[in-house]
Design a protein around this ligand. Structure first.
Ligand SMILES: C[S@@+](CC[C@H](N)C(=O)[O-])C[C@H]1O[C@@H](n2cnc3c(N)ncnc32)[C@H](O)[C@@H]1O
Ligand code: SF4
Length: 374
């Protein structure tokens, strides 16, 4: 067992906690960053045997990886395997020329900036630290340091966000000409402080979300971006020196490849076994300080679960999904119905069967794929 080509590394530390965030994070704790990196490198040593001799992608996500104390971050990057694509998530206000130089000299070749919005009032609702100018400055600083693969994250459905606000956000993002854009509908978990504070407005807005999603897709595709995954867009090879600018790491997830995750809360899926590390920094540090693997939840994935995941994830993409081996997960009657409605396209050529959602099917997304599941 030594073929995993995708490595995820979780850096949980953030300067503060944004109200809408549901990721595994820890505020501050700068004194622990060095020990946390030691633990990550220790966990990597324990798991190195599952990695392929050449890893394709490394993704440092958070939390705020770029909030990590710089010497610790540099040590971590130096200890990770080389890969074709090395992505780091960055919060705009953390991007300085020094940070950009640190990332660049340590093999990072893709930076994903959490912009979220360009409207000060909406950034306030999200409790973000960054202002719109921080996002623009972060892009310029990274460009100056030579980065030619930058992604921006936007969210829509922020309480109080009008359709015009969304248009303005998309225009601001496009003006920065990123190679890649992720646009997520804001998810507000029931029972959180954020949902408590904004519940009425979130409910009022809920009906507009379909039209917001369509507006995102229409605006970005009209600007020449490829809508290659439900929430993800990239510049086309013709506008990018022939490069395929899809996020290779995430593409690994959507294609159902195995991946190794290191760090608190990190998930791995390897040969049908899903493992989830403890989300508690203290427990994680303690285990690794003793050379032990962290506590983790193990979830063996049955064949049926694996098939359903392949369908659910694969149909998010704009390329046909190979149906070989997925037959038992597919409701053929529903497929015929969805084809008649112009929502799905099914093809058979040279003994190979494929399935693709039409653009209209992709707008309806989850509902259509749920129908397709046997
Ligand atoms: C794991 S977060 C970390 C990135 C970075 N710390 C930041 O805040 O910019 C990655 C992205 O997930 C998205 N995200 C986070 N919370 C979300 C939520 N509740 N609903 C939708 N998208 C969310 C944001 O666009 C964010 O940039
Ligand atoms: S900075 Fe990013 S990861 Fe940290 S709390 Fe805010 S949204 Fe979550």
């Amino acid at each position: 067992m030594s073929g995993v080509r995708h490595l995820y590394v979780h850096l949980p530390f953030c300067a503060h906690r944004c109200g809408y965030c549901d990721f595994v994070t820890a505020v501050g704790r700068r004194g622990e960053h060095g020990a946390y990196v030691d633990a990550l490198l220790g966990e990597l040593e324990l798991e190195r045997g599952v990695l392929a001799p050449r890893v394709e992608t490394v993704f440092l996500g958070g939390g705020t990886p770029t909030f990590t104390e710089p010497r610790a971050l540099e040590r971590l990057l130096g200890g990770l395997p080389d890969a074709d694509e090395v992505t780091v998530e960055a919060n705009p206000e953390t991007v300085t020329p020094e940070l950009a130089a640190l990332l660049s000299r340590n093999g990072v070749n893709r930076v994903s900036i959490g912009a979220q919005s360009f409207q000060p009032a909406l950034l306030g609702v999200l409790e973000r630290r960054a202002q719109p100018d921080d996002v623009r400055r972060a892009v310029y600083v990274l460009r100056d340091a030579g980065f030619d693969n930058i992604s921006l994250d936007l969210v829509y459905g922020i309480p109080g966000q009008s359709a015009a606000d969304l248009e303005a956000d998309l225009a601001e993002a496009l003006a920065l000409a990123p190679e890649h854009l992720s646009c997520y509908e804001l998810e507000a978990k029931p029972g959180t402080r954020f949902t408590h504070a904004h519940g009425a407005e979130l409910e009022r807005q809920a009906d507009s979300m379909e039209s917001y999603f369509e507006r995102v897709v229409e605006t970005l595709t009209a600007a020449g971006y490829r809508w290659y995954e439900t929430a993800n867009f990239c510049r086309r090879p013709g506008d990018a020196d022939g490069r395929d600018l899809r996020a290779r790491h995430n593409l690994g997830y959507w294609l159902g490849r195995d991946y190794l995750g290191l760090g608190v809360g990190a998930v791995s899926t390897i040969e049908g076994l899903r493992r989830r590390n403890t989300p508690r920094v203290g427990r994680y540090l303690e285990a690794l300080a003793h050379g032990r693997r962290p506590e983790r939840d193990l979830e063996p994935l049955g064949e049926d679960v694996r098939r359903r995941e392949r369908l659910l994830l694969g149909l998010r993409l704009d390329e046909p999904l190979l149906l070989a081996g997925l037959d038992e997960a597919l409701d053929r009657e529903a497929l015929a119905r969805l084809e008649r409605l112009g929502l799905a396209a099914h093809a058979r050529a040279n003994g190979t069967e494929t399935l693709l959602l039409t653009p209209r099917g992709r707008f309806l997304g989850g509902g259509v794929t749920a129908d397709l599941l046997a």
